[in-house]
Design a protein around this ligand. Structure first.
Ligand code: GDP
Length: 175
């Protein structure tokens, strides 16, 4: 690798959206700090974490934003979405209403790439089947994955798939 290549750096902004209490904050804390909080309160203020991923030998940084408890439709301010390259759109597999609202979240933004069915550890109280999630993702042209912030299932994969996709498509060079 030449010196020039070694200095290349990529930075993408990613937002996490979806209904309240689907597990957005916990997915981010699991991914960035390997932490899970069973009694997490609504995020106060704006929160983001920067994570580095190595893709094709290059360091790709993702600035991942949490909604800061502003999950009502239209209440998420335009500043939250501004400059975002991609999104994780999360629902809770054990709460049907959060899945039914996915379409409304999609109306809010046209950059969603990844549909995330969280809490897949709650198999006993599952209300949304894996097939339903897959079909919705297919019809909307999204990637799809089921995750659990609780037991770490697929959390890293969910974030890294969207980071990789952005890198492959609409990368913004910052250096
Ligand atoms: P947010 O409002 O979407 O940011 O949701 P939070 O991250 O605050 O999580 C809401 C609640 O769901 C909390 O009580 C979490 O402990 C719980 N939770 C989050 N992710 C999971 C998961 O993967 N499995 C289970 N069983 N509970 C989860």
């Amino acid at each position: 690798m030449s010196d020039e290549e070694a200095e290349e750096e990529y930075l993408f902004k990613i937002v996490i959206i979806g209904d309240s209490a689907v597990g957005k904050s916990n997915l981010l804390s699991r991914y960035s700090r390997n932490e899970f909080n069973a009694h997490s309160k609504a995020t106060i203020g704006v929160e983001f974490q920067t994570q580095s991923v190595e893709i094709d030998g290059k360091e790709v940084k993702a600035q991942i934003w949490d909604t800061a408890g502003q999950e009502r439709f239209r209440a998420v301010t335009s500043a939250y979405y501004r400059g975002a390259f991609g999104a994780l759109l999360v629902y809770d597999i054990s709460r049907r209403a959060t899945f039914d609202n996915v379409a409304r979240w999609l109306d809010e933004l046209n950059l969603a790439r990844m549909l995330v069915g969280n809490k897949c550890d709650l198999e006993d109280s599952r209300e949304v089947s894996l097939g339903e999630g897959k079909r919705l993702a297919e019809s909307e042209g999204l990637f799809f994955i089921e995750t659990s912030a609780l037991d770490s299932t697929n959390v890293e994969t969910a974030f890294e798939m969207v980071i990789r996709e952005i890198y492959n498509n609409v990368s913004r060079k910052v250096l």
